[in-house]
Design a protein around this ligand. Structure first.
Ligand SMILES: [Zn+2]
Length: 720
């Protein structure tokens, strides 16, 4: 039964008649299915028009409001990279960020050359698999396991153990050496227990390896033939290939087996394990730890006494496995060989890219088409030169300082709302509440683009940031290696410096936001501060329903089951009384139970339940996000009368929730949904939207949902 009649009665409400409001109204009429009952399945209601009409492109595992926005940004950056610096100047010289054009021109040449090298399909096809042989020979020429891992790291391949530099969670101003686990290639550890999956994986790996290191190598290609002759790399026979792939899979199965469950890997209390280098040597003598650490510091006197380990159990299992596995040397040799050829495949010819895509896209996420070259290249340049491409994106699509400051102002409003919300929660005792208020007051906010490390507004800051990096328009493979070497050496340089809280974890054009517990800082990018999430000229209820909820979600991460472990100075240090902590745990159990009941269907039509434990932190953030942003919007609406949308008989309050639901509309392949359930701390879109509104009393009132209707259950979970 159509729901509209029950929602009528808005004659006294003023209507917004601006072109923006008319345009939004038209979009909403298309996206929402007004024939459905919002109290039955709110996600189906808000996305009921959008989902059936959304076309899942064959090169994407999902299409969503977010992926569409992301594609729009990719197209903007593509246009910039295809054009000249003069084209950019013509379009962007009005921006408040436009300055120092001569330095900017030199910076632009970096990304332009990189992009051109990636787009030169003829050159990539001519080289075929040739570029990989020198590094393969170098790697396989190892003297012992330590030497092998070091050679792999030199070639952008972190196998078995990952060495990195990162913040010390207990002393968050300091950078430390971290030892992390080695990763397998498939999306989730459960894939390795799925026999049909493993068989397909082997078969497609065989096809790929056949073309790179086996009998399928194109010996008629002069570059390939001469590189093989020069490096003396021995191609494998069909039989050797099968053996090598079996061995590769055996090693990956070990890695999958010993990797922690996704929810444990995310727990900061479990993944912070200091250990002395002496103990490493004593307990895990399978590697020469000092020799490896020496490559990460300016000279051996800088080797720290202690390092941090994310999973001690992994080092234990790895040691035993290396010491007791039959034929381990042959196993490792072939593992390194196949892994290296595999991860370098995307840098080779179109033919090899297609074989790679059959694994990475089709088998892993149900995507049966390789993205067009321009898209892959734009995404690569955008990822590797985030702040620089971000600068050009900002000037073209976001604006400049006025827009950034307006966005910060919006975030301040959300932060204020969190501050008003907190004292209303009666389950926190006085001491914990006071500390929570202190932590909240210390949350710093950044928005749009970074203004320090580097300063996206300043071509000279960007020039200094990329100092030492050169790009050759005719050498894609070498360019990718250069970017890696540059970024790895930048990473190592951090060890001797204090943590730089002004360096962002995302590029400005990324459609996302984040909270860093060790910095007690939230960042909302320019990329997500765009319609339908945010548009300064749009009615407030739409901005609060979408970007407001995102921003409040990020602040809530400071108080979720993981974030709550850090204090206001970003230290992993308890500030909770036992009594209040007990109440927190009881309350979070409600969310675990609620979200574990949501199901999605796999490709066989079988129902799979969400993992309420894995998704707890994100679900808490979502629920804090909706409550706080709704309160922020109510405060605004009190002083600023809200006009409704033309031709849509819904109240501003209803439209707040509708834009929230719409923000998550998604259509995805079953494989990608199953991967998400197994590995992603975010619940699937339907669960996110319906989970949030089920818990909010105001939603039920606004839509007049009867008690015990699916979207208005009697049991409501609430923490923040
Ligand atoms: Zn989150």
């Amino acid at each position: 039964m159509p729901i509209l009649p029950t929602l009528l009665g808005l004659s006294s409400q003023k209507v917004c008649n601006t072109p923006v409001c008319h345009q939004i109204a038209e979009t909403l009429k298309h996206d929402v299915d007004f024939n459905l009952d919002p109290c039955q399945d709110f996600y189906a209601f808000t996305c009921g028009g959008w989902i059936p009409s959304a076309v899942l492109p064959p090169d994407q595992s999902q299409v969503s409001i977010i992926s569409n926005l992301d594609n729009k940004h990719v197209e903007t950056i593509h246009r910039i990279l295809e054009g000249s610096f003069e084209d950019l100047a013509r379009r962007s010289s009005h921006s408040s960020l436009w300055n120092d054009p001569e330095i900017d021109r030199a910076n632009f040449a970096l990304v332009k050359n990189y992009y051109n090298s990636c787009m030169d399909q003829a050159a990539l096809d001519r080289l075929g698999s040739a570029p990989v042989y020198p590094s393969l020979v170098d790697i396989l020429n190892y003297t012992d396991l330590t030497d092998a891992l070091l050679k792999l790291v030199d070639n952008a391949n972190h196998a078995l153990v990952r060495f990195t530099i990162g913040t010390d969670d207990k002393e968050p101003s300091k950078n430390r050496i971290w030892i992390d686990i080695g990763h397998f290639m498939a999306p989730s550890k459960s894939n390795y227990k799925d026999q049909p999956f493993v068989e397909k994986y082997k078969e497609r790996l065989f096809n790929l390896m056949h073309a790179i290191i086996g009998p399928g190598v194109d010996l008629a290609n002069p570059d390939v033939a001469s590189t093989l002759a020069r490096t003396k790399f021995q191609l494998l026979t069909t039989e050797q290939l099968h053996t090598a792939i079996d061995r590769f899979i055996l090693v990956e199965m070990f890695l999958a087996d010993t990797t922690l469950e996704a929810e444990d890997a995310l727990n900061p209390a479990l993944s912070y394990n200091p250990i002395t280098v002496n103990s490493l040597e004593e307990k895990y003598p399978v590697l020469d730890w000092r020799r490896i650490l020496a490559t990460m510091v300016p000279d051996p006197s800088f080797i720290p006494e202690e390092v941090l380990v994310t999973a001690i159990s992994y080092l234990e299992n790895l040691t035993t496995w290396l010491q007791t596995t039959h034929d381990i040397d042959a196993l490792l040799h072939d593992y390194f060989l196949v892994r290296h050829a595999y991860i370098k495949a995307p840098l080779m010819s179109e033919k090899i890219n297609l074989l790679y895509s059959a694994i990475n896209d089709d088998l892993f996420s149900g995507v049966n088409k390789l993205s067009p070259l321009w898209k892959r290249c734009t995404e690569q340049v955008s990822a590797d030169f985030g702040p620089l491409t971000g600068r050009y994106y900002i000037m073209e699509n976001f604006g400049g300082e006025d827009e950034r400051l307006a966005l910060l102002n919006f975030l301040d409003g959300i932060h204020d709302s969190w501050r008003s919300n907190l004292p209303k929660l009666d389950w926190l005792d006085k001491q914990t509440l006071e500390y929570a208020m202190l932590k909240l007051s210390k949350i710093t906010r950044q928005a749009g683009y970074s203004i320090k490390s580097p300063d996206v507004r300043s071509p000279s800051s960007l020039r200094d940031y990329y100092d030492g990096l050169a790009m050759n328009a005719a050498a894609y493979y070498e360019n990718v290696e250069s970017v890696y070497r540059w970024s790895y050496s930048e990473l190592l340089d951090k060890l001797l410096k204090p943590v730089d809280k002004d360096e962002w974890e995302m590029s400005p054009q990324t459609v996302n936001a984040y909270y860093t517990p060790t910095a007690n800082q939230m960042v909302v990018t320019a990329g997500i501060s765009a319609p339908p999430y945010y548009l300064p000229e749009a009615p407030d209820y739409l901005n609060y329903g979408a970007l407001g909820v995102v921003a409040a979600h990020e602040i809530t991460h400071a108080f979720d089951n993981d974030g709550r472990l850090y204090n206001g100075d970003g230290e992993l240090k308890n500030w909770w009384t036992n009594e209040t902590l007990q109440k927190f745990n009881d309350k979070t159990q409600c969310f675990i139970d609620q979200y574990s009941k949501f199901v999605e269907k796999n490709d066989k039509g079988e129902e799979q339940h969400l993992n309420g434990k894995l998704t707890l932190s994100e679900n808490l953030a979502d629920n804090g996000g909706i409550a706080v942003s709704y309160a922020a919007y109510q405060a605004v609406a009190k002083v600023k009368p809200q006009e409704t949308l033309p031709g849509i008989n819904l109240t501003p309050d209803q439209l707040f929730f509708i834009n929230l639901g719409r923000a998550w509309c998604t259509k995805a392949t079953p494989a990608s949904i199953m991967n998400q359930i197994q590995t992603d701390p975010h619940s699937t879109s339907r669960a996110r939207v319906n989970g949030m509104v089920q818990n909010l009393e105001a939603f039920a009132q606004v839509f007049k949902c009867p008690v015990n209707s699916p979207m208005n259950p009697q049991t409501k979970c609430k923490v923040w």
